[in-house]
Design a protein around this ligand. Structure first.
Ligand code: GLP
Length: 246
């Protein structure tokens, strides 16, 4: 894992956007794996700004998002479909049909998991997956204890995850208790991974990631077994003693 240290959230967002834009520009076509949450919002803002100023085109980009809440349709402002449309897709020249997010509102969620997993495979897999990290080490919505062999599946959200995400809802009761997420094996199949972390709330998680063993009780630890992971983190998120490139 390569760690790049940056000053603050703004710089993390800029570096992450530049990283993604460089890949988009270099490839004829690319499959991006995208994340939601607070962390990548600034990255998407830079990508939009760059699209407007430098005309980076997303016409040949296909995207697959990590996860979605179960029970929320795409028109619900708290759904990740809504988030992605609002925070990125509506502002760049991507073809909407090429943007994929699990359908949290499918009649048969088991079938939806299979369909999503197959869809990623049929498109040739993910070239670059963007990840955030939960304070308990979750990636996507893969909570501690999730099998490293898991493919796209339904999860019960940990109370700490529901609480962390309650800030986007009117109250905690409205946060769904289930989600659909790419599995850990799905994420690990990506050819390259970019993990973003900002703020002291993420410091303990990064400490476990760097200093701990690969263990299903800390999902992100599996990233140590992936050959091509870059972490862009700001000062506040980087634990003492971990040496990063600037
Ligand atoms: C959420 C998302 C994850 C995200 C993580 C961190 O629950 N499902 O994909 O990476 O938690 O969120 P944030 O970036 O808001 O700290």
């Amino acid at each position: 894992m390569k760690l790049i240290e940056v000053k603050d959230y703004q710089e993390m967002s800029k570096r992450a956007a530049e990283f993604i834009i460089a890949k988009v520009r270099a490839a004829d076509a690319i499959n991006l794996g995208l994340a939601t949450g607070g962390t990548p919002v600034g990255t998407y803002e830079y990508m939009i700004e760059d699209h407007k100023q430098n005309y980076t085109s997303y016409r040949d980009v296909t995207t697959f998002n990590l996860d979605e809440y179960v029970g929320l349709s795409g028109s619900n402002p708290n759904s990740y479909r809504y988030y992605m449309d609002e925070k990125l897709f509506n502002h760049i020249d991507i073809v909407k049909l090429n943007t994929h997010i699990p359908n949290g509102d499918a009649a048969d969620m088991e079938k939806e998991c299979l369909r999503y997993e197959n869809q990623i495979e049929q498109h040739g897999g993910i070239d670059l997956q963007v990840l955030g990290i939960g304070s308990n080490g979750h990636i996507g919505f893969n909570e501690p204890g999730t099998s490293f062999e898991s493919s796209t599946h339904i999860v019960d959200l940990a109370p700490s995850t529901r609480e962390a995400n309650a800030r986007y809802f009117d109250n905690l009761d409205e946060v769904p208790d289930k989600a659909v997420t790419m599995g850990i094996a799905t994420i690990l199949k990506s050819r390259e991974i970019l993990l973003l972390a900002s703020g002291e709330k993420k410091r303990d998680a990064l400490a476990k990631l760097f200093n701990g063993e690969v263990d299903e009780r800390f999902p992100a630890s599996i990233l140590k077994n992936h050959p091509c992971v870059t972490i862009i983190a700001d000062k506040a998120a980087i634990p003492e003693g971990v040496i990063a490139r600037k």
